[in-house]
Design a protein around this ligand. Structure first.
Ligand SMILES: [Zn+2]
Length: 204
């Protein structure tokens, strides 16, 4: 069954999804590459499970943040101050090693007459998280999606994450955290707004 994968970010061209059989065969190759025997009992269903897990872990390719962010609310009783959702947990995978990135996102915006449902922000983090990522791109994509759909006075995104590719292999830096931030609009122009964002995001 060939389905067209929408929103594939790497290129504008539509990608044709490989068949279930091709995906399972690829897992068998990697099992042999790792040094194991795909024919042994414990591994017989593994290719099927891995293929299913990939559909879930990378479901973000088939989801559009614009759809999620499409509904905004204008009845805000004049509220125009910072809206911050902090400690949004996410799981992603690094695009270099396809190993997990585990972290938290803190996302804020300054409304311009319209607000989002709060759960929408977490959904956007999830959609971009369920794609192959770098932390820098993930941070920028979340900010851009909110900027473009809501057109607020400013967006601030901070992500803190552990990269298992750095912890399990390579430099073996266990427990290190990578921080990234992106600011737009008034958060970018005004150091006091940035400071307020950091204070609210970090105030445990
Ligand atoms: Zn990596």
């Amino acid at each position: 069954m060939d389905a067209i994968v929408k929103n594939f970010p790497a290129s504008k061209e539509k990608q044709v999804r490989p068949s279930q059989h091709e995906a399972e065969e690829a897992v068998r190759v990697l099992l042999r590459w790792a040094g194991d025997d795909p024919a042994r009992e414990g591994l017989l269903d593994t290719p099927k499970r891995v293929a299913a897990a990939y559909r879930e872990l990378f479901a973000g390719y088939e989801q559009s943040p614009e759809d999620v962010l499409g509904r905004t609310f204008e009845e805000v009783s004049g509220y125009d101050d910072i809206v911050l959702v902090r400690d949004i947990p996410f799981f992603s995978h690094c695009e270099h090693h396809m190993l997990p990135i585990i972290g938290k996102a803190h996302v804020a915006y300054l409304p311009n007459g319209r607000v989002l449902g709060l759960s929408k922000i977490a959904r956007v983090v999830e959609i971009f998280g369920r794609r192959l990522q770098t932390q820098e791109n993930l941070t920028a994509q979340i900010a851009n999606a909110i900027e473009e759909t809501l057109k607020p006075r400013g967006v601030a995104v901070m992500i803190e994450a552990e990269h298992l590719c750095m912890e399990m292999r390579g430099v073996l830096k266990q427990g290190s955290h990578t921080m990234t931030t992106t600011f737009t609009g008034e958060f970018k122009a005004n150091a006091a707004e940035q400071a307020r964002f950091f204070t609210l995001a970090r105030n445990r």
